[in-house]
Ligand binder design. Structure first.
Ligand code: PMP
Length: 363
């Protein structure tokens, strides 16, 4: 057991990490076994770190069944830098990139891509306050676009793509920051996937990038070196000093996922956790889910109460009861329970009990 009492952390990110991972990191912090140095003290060019890096990559490969023609990179700058790197590397001169606008983070990706080249917003659910994911028939895709960009899970609005759109032969590029490795994934449908690590993979400061090898040829030689996927791939993410500690933790998280039974097992757990919360939200009408049912996220459960005053009271009393981080994103208000892979089922059950009691006393 950890030495200090832990609250249930519903934060959208950085977010809760698995206890076995934190305990292992604690044991290794002063000295890795047989190394005599902390992971933070070893050279990124050492055999010790090379093995940690290879282990983290192998962990992802095995869990997600990553095909051999995909490269796995660990970069810095967060998902936000990928908003720029994706178009800088993949948006070919004179061509158009299609973006599907499903929320705040999609908008940010669009804004950055527009700085680089021509963007077509091929679909948007803004008119529905981003409460849903567009249907295939709503999309106006550009034939021969450089790529199509989606946000697989909309962290702020609480929606997710249940299946990626059909984009024919155009590479699909996905910001999967808030649902990466939350269940099985068919990588072959994507040309590029990126995700900040701080929700499902580890601490902040590492960005996972998975890219189909043939797309590396698009990285122009004139790009700033650090912003070139090609250079990063050629150097196995070691062009400069990477976030060694972050990659080490990410490797431990992969081992933890494997010990649970892999991505199918975690998907079942995630389904169960989300179902518990949504069924409580739907039970009486006191709580109101903000996402349309067929678009509901399994990772970020967003809901409202009858008034903003009640929402404030709910958040305050929940925090006092050990349920932390339930305030919705400042841009949309309301409440949000982020229940990523490492969020424990008993915390969800506890929140459901709290919600019932809150409704009984305030409803
Ligand atoms: N995309 C999504 C879907 C996110 O949820 C976030 C962060 N919450 C970002 C991008 C931005 O990530 P970062 O802070 O790593 O740049």
């Amino acid at each position: 057991m950890p030495t200090t009492t832990r609250v249930f952390n519903f934060s959208a990110g950085p977010a809760v990490l698995p206890i076995p991972v934190l305990e292992q990191a604690q044991r290794d912090l002063v000295a890795l076994p047989a190394v005599g140095m902390s992971v933070m003290e070893v050279s990124h060019r050492s055999k010790v770190f090379e093995d940690l890096l290879a282990g983290a990559i192998a962990g992802i490969r095995e869990l997600a069944g990553v095909p051999s023609n995909y490269r796995i990179l660990f970069l810095q700058g967060g998902a936000s830098l990928q908003f720029s790197m994706a178009p800088m590397n993949l948006l070919t001169k004179g061509a158009t990139a299609d973006y599907i606008d499903t929320g705040t983070w999609a908008v940010k990706a669009i804004e950055e891509a527009k700085r680089v080249g021509t963007v077509n917003v091929a679909g948007s659910t803004k008119a529905d306050r981003y409460s849903r994911i567009p249907t295939q028939t709503e999309l106006r895709l550009t034939p021969a676009a450089s790529y199509v960009h989606i946000t697989t899970n909309n962290t702020i609005e609480g929606t997710e793509w249940k299946t990626p759109p059909d984009v024919a032969d155009v590479p699909l590029v996905a910001d999967a920051s808030s649902d990466i490795l939350s269940g099985p994934i068919d990588l072959s449908r994507f040309g590029l996937i990126y995700a900040g690590a701080q929700k499902n993979l580890g601490p902040s400061g590492v960005t996972l990038v998975m890219i189909r090898e043939d797309l590396l040829a698009r990285s122009d030689e004139g790009l700033p070196t650090m912003l070139s996927y090609k250079v990063q791939a050629e150097n196995n993410s070691l062009y400069n000093t990477p976030n060694t500690f972050g990659i080490y933790i990410l490797g431990l998280v992969m081992q933890w996922l494997k010990s649970l039974g892999g991505l199918s097992a975690i998907a079942r757990i995630n389904q169960r956790k989300a179902a518990m919360l949504y069924s409580e939200i739907d039970r009486t009408g006191f709580y109101r889910g903000t996402a349309q049912k067929d678009s509901r996220s399994l990772m970020n459960v967003t809901f409202r109460l009858p008034s903003e005053d009640l929402e404030k009271t709910f958040d305050r009393q929940a925090s006092a009861a050990g349920f932390d981080g339930l305030k919705g994103h400042r841009s949309v208000g309301g409440l949000r329970a982020s229940i990523y892979n490492a969020f424990p089922e008993e915390g969800v059950a506890g929140l459901v009990d709290f919600m019932r009691e809150f409704e009984r006393t305030h409803g």
